[in-house]
Ligand binder design. Structure first.
Ligand code: IPE
Ligand code: IPE
Ligand code: MG
Length: 236
């Protein structure tokens, strides 16, 4: 089976999952952490090199304070609780996004887990936190402009590879497969640049219901896709 090197997931539908059970939205976010665990374990077990998870978008700051605070608390608890099993599964944790906007406890907790897993050589788990695709492109453009001004790079030498090196995902191959749960069919400002040739897979399942077998089903469908990258199927 042809395995994607990099899988991305827009983990959506926690709120609706909770609502359907007459519970607060946070109950859904909590339930979603088990789906995260299963996706990480499955990806590590199969030998997928990169798994990026959209955990909190720049736009999600606009949600009610009680939900944002609850999500931040949940992040801290989950990262703290899961770090030993990340190490056990040889998983290296990375975080991308406007990390400086996160509460100090979240930054510290992530920093610790990133350091603790730095020597792991298996799956690289990339958590997108306070992330948006437009932010990523703009921060890259701003950092490039600063390097131009300071003479660190030459003018008129900007190409795709150089620009890539300024993106938060520098050194990480573009996602081969993007999974979005909950039936929504949109990017919601995820990796706009990096998704240029990504295969999309939309699942009707809400994130807390998306478990190992659903992940495997997505991988199976991906294996049957023909990727052309603008070319024809035959080289002749
Ligand atoms: C995804 O679930 C988790 C985050 C965006 C943090 P939602 O909270 O968006 O759930 P729905 O889409 O409202 O059901
Ligand atoms: C996208 O889900 C962001 C994350 C999964 C973190 P949203 O629920 O925020 O996206 P929209 O509002 O439905 O586009
Ligand atoms: Mg949503």
């Amino acid at each position: 089976m042809s395995l994607p090197k990099h899988v991305s997931i827009i983990m959506d539908g926690n709120g609706r999952w909770a609502k359907a059970r007459g519970k607060e939205r946070l109950f859904g976010h909590q339930a979603g952490t088990e789906s995260v665990r299963q996706a990480v374990e499955t990806a590590a077990e199969l030998g997928i090199a990169y798994l990026s998870l959209f955990a909190f978008s720049s736009e999600n700051w606009g949600r009610p304070k009680v939900e944002v605070d609850g999500l931040m608390e949940l992040l801290v608890r989950a990262v703290h609780a899961e770090t030993p099993s990340l190490i056990e599964n040889n998983v290296k944790l990375l975080a991308i996004g406007e990390i400086s906007h996160l509460p100090v406890q979240v930054r510290e907790c992530f920093g610790q887990s990133v350091r603790d897993t730095a020597c792991c050589t298996g799956l690289q788990l990339i958590l997108a936190l306070s992330y948006s695709g437009t932010w990523d492109i703009l921060q890259a453009a701003n950092r490039y402009a600063a390097d131009l001004r300071s003479g660190k790079v030459e003018a008129n030498g900007l190409d795709a590879a150089l620009f890539e090196s300024y993106l938060s995902t520098s050194g990480i191959p573009h996602p081969d497969l993007l999974i979005r749960t909950s039936g929504e069919q949109r990017i919601s400002n995820f990796m706009l640049w990096q998704l240029a040739y990504t295969e999309f897979y939309f699942s009707q399942k809400l994130w807390p219901d998306f478990r190992r077998e659903d992940f495997l089903e997505a991988l199976e469908e991906y294996a049957g896709r023909e990727r052309r990258f603008g070319k024809t199927e035959n080289k002749q």
